[in-house]
Write a protein that binds this ligand. Structure first.
Ligand SMILES: [Zn+2]
Length: 90
């Protein structure tokens, strides 16, 4: 007999990723950029697209692991999403 379990918690998305449109929930990690938020699944791609040559160079000198570039690039902007209602994004 199959048993159905309810979703762990009905969660309202707080916002969505600018890049892929995926819903972002409280507690999710995302990069807080001027236009909104970028999810962790996208920040690598976005970072690679937006990075300037010297930023890439700086990273490569410091780290070997290219997969971490997005995280490094967005580091100062990475936030754990809380209630964004009082956020001042325009
Ligand atoms: Zn995304």
């Amino acid at each position: 007999m199959l048993e159905y379990f309810p979703e762990p918690e009905e969660r309202e998305p707080l916002t969505e990723c600018l890049e892929c449109g995926e819903s972002l929930y409280k507690g999710d990690v995302a990069a807080d950029v001027p236009d909104g938020y970028i999810c962790r699944g996208c920040w690598q791609k976005v970072a690679l697209e937006n990075a300037k040559r010297d930023e890439m160079k700086e990273f490569i000198q410091e780290y070997d692991d290219k997969k971490e570039f997005g995280k490094w690039y967005f580091e100062p902007q990475i936030v754990v999403l809380e209630d964004v209602s009082n956020d001042n994004h325009e």
